[in-house]
Design a protein around this ligand. Structure first.
Ligand code: HEM
Ligand code: SF4
Ligand code: SF4
Length: 395
């Protein structure tokens, strides 16, 4: 079991909060905390992924600096998240990429984008600046593109699956087939609605200022659904290509184009909004070490959508070679960064929210139960009733 400084700090913070419990109405973290007497790396990883970094508890806490406790729940959780993303990475040594993630991913993008320029230049020779009859397939053939991306996707899918299985096991979840679907639905709903970015009172997130706002929730929704629509665009294009022998480029009124345009707009507005909130937010609630990871992820999402929309507009001009190299390089960097960057948060957060839905329903802790003492609320309340009865004078 890990006993790093980040684990120790989260342990200290949760032990104080568990005695105070002033913030129990704010979010799932405090309700899950109250089901436990002790905190270790496993259940703290769970609590860290439940924390939405909304800042509410920081602004409401009477023990923040200059108090000697110097308590900062959002920062302790953000720091621990950055550490545990690395712990669950597969293969294990790649977990090191989560430290200085911004730097690693920037270097990767330079290497990958340059490689795509070199590849397209070699493939097109003197025709790099020509208008291509088959648009982008005139620069790189469909089969070459499909081969490169499907090989990388297979590795990325295996790496992410292995990380998710590792996290799933640490959360002490049973096989997916023996889960209660009502509880799973609740967890998925909490994830999709970003319930815990509402500050616990439907007023919103206090990440940026003490004044709650829904802006972060809406910008995240645009980013999330923008990404899903772009994914839908690629999937429908693949089905049309292989299933119906309808190769790209597609007309503006076609499913891949409509999904792609809408998704692309979401993936421009959402990340710009999130970046501007991040820029203005005070350092206290963000945590120190994960800023680069968040920023490079947002920048990659933004560049993917901008270069994708540019490619759509310039595909029949002499710029197609340049813009295609740029777009493919950015998309490939994004793909490669998926298991080793911020993208992985979606899976861990979803699992943590499902665990919380189960715990809430059963009034019982499950994550980390194999290693620590847990409080079963039912048992605790029976004990409390007996104690109260014992203290009462007989009539
Ligand atoms: C189950 C799905 C997801 C959940 C529950 C979720 C939840 C969250 C939460 C709570 C945050 C703020 C705390 C933090 O920085 O970690 C966040 C950040 C972020 N998420 Fe998600 N997310 C999900 C999936 C996605 C997906 C699929 C994308 C886009 C590909 C995405 C994009 C982002 C971005 C760009 C940030 C950084 C925002 C910032 O730095 O302020 N998320 N997510
Ligand atoms: S964050 Fe502060 S006020 Fe809230 S429960 Fe913890 S110690 Fe109490
Ligand atoms: S920052 Fe928000 S989500 Fe995180 S523990 Fe505090 S209140 Fe909960």
């Amino acid at each position: 079991m890990r006993t790093t400084n980040k684990v120790k700090e989260a342990q200290r913070v949760m032990t104080i909060c568990n005695a105070c419990r002033y913030c129990e109405g704010h979010c799932a973290v405090f309700q899950a905390m109250e089901l436990r007497l002790e905190f270790n790396a496993d259940n703290l990883d769970y609590l860290a992924n439940l924390c939405h970094n909304c800042g509410s508890c920081y602004h409401n806490c009477q023990y923040t600096a200059p108090h000697e406790f110097d308590l900062n729940v959002p920062a302790a959780m953000a720091e621990l998240r950055q550490e545990n993303y690395g712990v669950y990475a597969w293969p294990g040594f790649m977990g090191k990429l989560f430290a200085n993630n911004g730097l690693w991913m920037s270097l990767l993008s330079i290497i990958v984008i340059t490689s795509f320029f070199i590849i397209t230049k070699i493939l097109t020779g003197d025709g790099f600046w020509d208008v291509q009859e088959q648009a982008f397939y005139g620069v790189i053939s469909h089969n070459t593109m499909a081969f490169i991306f499907s090989t990388v996707s297979a590795f990325v899918a295996i790496a992410m699956l292995a990380s998710v299985i590792k996290f799933w096991k640490t959360m002490c979840l049973p096989s997916p087939f023996s889960l209660n679907w009502k509880q799973v639905r609740q967890g998925v709903k909490d994830a999709l609605t970003l319930k815990y970015l509402d500050g616990g009172n439907d007023q919103g997130c206090s990440h940026e200022t003490e004044q709650p706002s829904m802006a972060r929730r809406w910008y995240h929704q645009m980013t999330f659904w923008g990404f899903m629509l772009c994914f839908a665009a690629t999937s429908t294009a693949t089905v049309m290509h292989y299933g119906f022998n309808l190769p790209a480029p597609y007309h503006y009124i076609s499913l891949p184009k409509l999904f792609g345009i809408l998704g692309g707009i979401g993936l421009i507005v959402g990340p710009i909004g999130l970046l501007s909130i991040k820029y203005r937010a005070p350092n206290e609630v963000k945590g120190k070490t994960n800023k680069g990871m968040d920023v490079i992820f947002l920048v990659l999402l933004l560049l993917t959508s901008i270069s994708g929309l540019l490619l759509m507009l310039l595909r029949d001009t002499q710029w197609v070679g340049l813009v295609l190299s740029l777009h493919l390089g950015i998309v490939m960097t994004f793909f490669l960064s998926m298991p080793y960057g911020k993208f992985i948060h979606g899976f861990y957060r979803l699992i943590a929210l499902v665990v919380f839905a189960i715990e809430k329903d059963k009034h019982q802790a499950i994550a980390g139960v194999e290693t620590i003492n847990v409080v079963n609320i039912d048992t605790a309340s029976v004990k409390a009733q007996k104690a109260t009865a014992a203290m009462q004078k007989p009539n």
